[in-house]
Design a protein around this ligand. Structure first.
Ligand SMILES: Cc1ncc(COP(=O)(O)O)c(C=O)c1O
Length: 391
């Protein structure tokens, strides 16, 4: 499979989760779009872009289970989160609920929007290691108050690589009158997604991670009853457009100034390219990646003698394991020394995420089609050689 990607020879790339990796065929399709754009830029932007975007939006909608009219393209999930939290009319003493498994950039967006309004951010504590999803739901509901206006909840968490039971969480919060903004940065292409069935007021997801689209391809889904007043961080022509065939929501998001639309226009190529790499298409891709991540996690915890931190059903194509304390205070600061050492001395790219709630370090592995079991065996041997052991 690896021959479909331009990944550097000699490096075990076990960090698809951070920035994705795009197959060559998808990049070639993106280059063709860029050539088309530069052949006659005015014709491309004025006459061709809208139809191309509609077609890409339709295919994305089918892939993630959403009506295309409710999908806006954004360059990344961080932008999707910012658009929502900065659009909401927060009042003094309102609360935005986040969790301690959240992604720092998105938690910062919530803090920024809250601080501007005199509102506060409340952080729900969710244990890790954990035994079941009830602990996740309970941790979130315990942090709810009468002042909670919005909950920003990850679908798949970044440092701890857990699939949160998002439908249960969204439903329970809705029963308490609280809207959820789902940060689904990792979900598209990792999970069989049905955004409408989840029912969240807001859902943002990246296509440049597990779907393997080029970098800069992401979406924001806003439920029709919440679209009024949700605006992009950049206001452009849509604000006073007289068009009535497209919703205000879409007019505002569809044009945020001149930009390169080729990443999101390449979403159909990414869907088709990865689909064609295995006999049974995307369902098999997701299943295979999940099985590889879980067996790699098993190998790590068994060989290194560390606790298995989460049940299999909470894992997708990534897994995080807690590393034992090595007594080096610098290694808790983002885990960079270990990540650097693994890359420098063993040619293995794997993150050692900072997660303040865990006193030591986490190690997170990813599995996509280009990964093979022997890469995790090499990682395990490298960790043993470095002296990492829970015994
Ligand atoms: C949970 C989560 N949210 C948001 C992001 C941000 O993604 P982007 O940088 O594409 O906006 C990430 C990136 O890893 C993430 O893991």
């Amino acid at each position: 499979m690896r021959e479909h990607w331009d990944l550097e020879d000699g490096i075990s790339f076990l960090n698809h989760g951070s920035f994705g990796a795009t197959p060559r065929a998808v990049l070639e399709s993106q280059s063709a779009l860029r050539r088309r754009m530069e052949l006659e830029p005015v014709r491309f932007f004025r006459d061709e872009l809208e139809a191309l975007a509609e077609s890409a939006r339709g295919e994305l909608g089918r892939f993630v289970g959403a009506h295309p009219a409710d999908l806006a393209f954004v360059p990344n999930a961080t932008t999707g989160v910012n658009a929502v939290v900065r659009s909401l009319p927060l009042q003094t003493r309102d609360e935005i609920l986040i969790t301690d498994h959240g992604y720092n950039a998105c938690s910062n967006a919530a803090r920024f929007a809250a601080a501007r309004a005199g509102a506060t951010v409340v952080t729900a504590r969710i244990p890790f290691p954990l035994d079941d999803e009830d602990q996740i739901v309970a941790g979130i509901l315990e942090a709810v108050s009468a002042r909670t206006r919005l909950a920003v909840i990850d679908h798949v968490t970044s440092p701890t690589a857990l699939i949160f039971p998002i439908r249960r969480i969204v439903t329970a919060l809705a029963e308490a009158g609280i809207d959820t903004l789902v940060d689904g940065a990792h979900a598209p292409g990792m999970l069989d997604l049905d955004i409408e069935a989840i029912g969240a007021a807001y859902y943002t997801g990246n296509c440049h991670k597990w779907m393997c689209a080029p970098k800069g391809a992401a979406f924001l889904h806003v439920r029709p009853d919440r679209q009024d007043g949700i605006v992009p961080t950049t206001i452009s022509h849509g604000a006073n457009s007289s068009r009535s065939d497209v919703s205000k929501f879409r007019l505002l998001f569809d044009w945020t100034g001149t930009h390169d639309p080729s990443p999101y226009l390449s979403i159909p190529a990414a869907i088709a390219t990865v689909d064609s790499m295995v006999d049974l298409g995307w369902a098999q891709v997701m299943q295979r990646n999940g099985e590889l991540a879980r067996s790699a996690r098993d190998l790590l915890v068994e060989t290194l003698g560390i606790p298995n931190p989460a049940p299999d059903r909470l894992l997708g194509s990534m897994a995080a394991v807690p590393l034992p304390d090595d007594g080096d205070p610098s290694s808790t600061d983002g885990g960079q020394p270990l990540r650097d050492q693994l890359l420098r001395d063993y040619h293995i790219e794997v993150p050692v995420p900072a997660w303040p709630a865990w006193p030591n370090r986490l190690l997170r592995i990813s599995a996509h089609l280009y990964n093979q079991p022997d890469e995790y065996e090499r990682l395990t041997r490298a960790l043993q050689e470095i002296g990492i052991s829970g015994d």
